[in-house]
Design a protein around this ligand. Sequence first.
Ligand SMILES: [Cu+2]
Length: 217
Amino acid sequence: MQMFSVIGAAAASSAVPLAYPADSWDQMFNIWLGLAVVIYLIVAVPMLYFLYRFRYQEGVNETASTKEYESHGLEVLWTIVPLIVVIYMAVQSLTLYSEMRNPPPESLVVKTTGMMWTWQFDYPSGKTSYAELTVPVGKPIKLELTSRDVIHAFHIPAAKTMEDAVPGRVTHLWFQFNETGEFPSFCREYCGTAHAYMQAKIKVVTPEEFDEWINAG
Ligand SMILES: [Cu+2]
């Protein structure tokens, strides 16, 4: 399977990815796309060849043959090979799922509450912010999500992660940015009139800037 991850590895291995777990999604996308292209070619190329090779020609094979061909070797091959491919994809998907669902233990926990129509962020220090989430670069952030009214969903496109915020329940997601900058996040569960404006800016700053900000009351 090494050949299928080459496309992703070439882009990913040279530099640290912008955000986790986005890199795993990119890798999975490349693997599935590569497999799909290979399977497509295995089906389509012989099909085109057979279309040409066994096209109707006057006087050739005009009467149907009653001979039956079978090959145990071939049957075993087309059972075992897809089985290995499917098992590989299942393991690969489970690995990504487990990575996505399990925040690293050193994560900074931010309690995140959705409400019509903004997001409230409560930091361990007691500091609170609205519609703006300030986080240090290079550190995993775990958001513990809930909602004050209806179901919302917190979505960070650049980190390729999302989770529902449900009233009376605590859900979670985690992400990590490896570059400073500002990245958008928004509510991805239709929640009423101003749903489209329910955004939060994610400010990724250096650890020093973060300490300064969190201690500034
Ligand atoms: Cu919402």
